[in-house]
Design a protein around this ligand. Structure first.
Ligand SMILES: Cc1cc2nc3c(=O)[nH]c(=O)nc-3n(C[C@H](O)[C@H](O)[C@H](O)COP(=O)(O)OP(=O)(O)OC[C@H]3O[C@@H](n4cnc5c(N)ncnc54)[C@H](O)[C@@H]3O)c2cc1C
Length: 189
């Protein structure tokens, strides 16, 4: 049984996993390898990094996720089932993971959210008017369903990688704080 499982190992999910694993929680990621950032040849607006390709940024994040102690799994999540003390997550290949806290960081993919009963609306921060968000999400990604969290675009934020990373980090900190009962802060010297 994991403490935290992240569905989606893109920018926001990866960032959340770095923080929950570094905060001492047994964390897993399941990722289907389709992060939007892979489409970006050069990123110029990630503060602190003058220029980087999307693929390199994503690889760096994955390296940090694994270095923090997270179990990284490639695969596609097909079903999420609520259980008494958490969630059971089932992949298309039949593999199953049990977790106490579940983070949905799937960006454009909304099918899991619909099956969990969340209400969707247009994310008005994206000009096309075609992108969805979930209604009623707290600023840190907490939902109205216990131990279930949503990041980034799906939480109504803008489509920017630094915002996705910051949102994942804020959520990771909230979950560690909730789980340990101590305000979590990660400061290196
Ligand atoms: C064309 C384009 C250009 C962009 N240019 C910039 C830019 O210059 N600067 C900038 O800051 N941002 C840019 N962005 C936005 C940036 O890509 C996003 O802000 C960022 O990728 C969002 O991170 P995320 O974690 O929310 O989603 P993603 O990084 O897309 O990650 C979502 C992950 O979830 C996984 N997933 C989805 N469903 C499942 C499932 N059922 N099971 C398992 N895994 C699943 C996907 O495979 C993916 O890896 C651009 C986006 C696009 C499309």
């Amino acid at each position: 049984m994991l403490d935290v499982l992240v569905i989606g190992g893109g920018i926001s999910g990866g960032s959340a996993a770095i923080y929950t694993a570094q905060g001492g929680l047994k964390t897993g990621v399941i990722d289907s390898g389709k992060s939007q950032i892979k489409q970006v040849t050069k990123i110029f607006n990630y503060p602190g990094i003058k220029e980087i390709s999307g693929v390199e940024l994503l690889e760096n994040i994955k390296d940090q996720v694994i270095a923090a102690g997270t179990e990284w799994n490639e695969g596609i999540v097909e079903t999420v089932k609520k259980k008494d003390h958490g969630f059971s997550v089932i992949l298309t290949d039949g593999n199953e993971f049990d977790t106490k806290h579940l983070i949905i960081a799937t960006n454009l993919q909304t099918s899991l959210l619909e099956s969990l009963g969340f209400e969707l609306a247009v994310n008005e921060k994206v000009p096309s008017g075609k992108i969805k968000k979930v209604l009623g999400i707290e600023p840190d990604g907490t939902t109205n369903q216990p131990n279930l969290y949503i990041t980034s675009l799906l939480a109504g934020l803008s489509s920017q990688s630094v915002i996705a990373a910051g949102h994942g980090a804020a959520l990771g900190i909230s979950i560690v704080t909730k789980e340990t009962g101590k305000t979590y802060m990660w400061h290196d010297k």
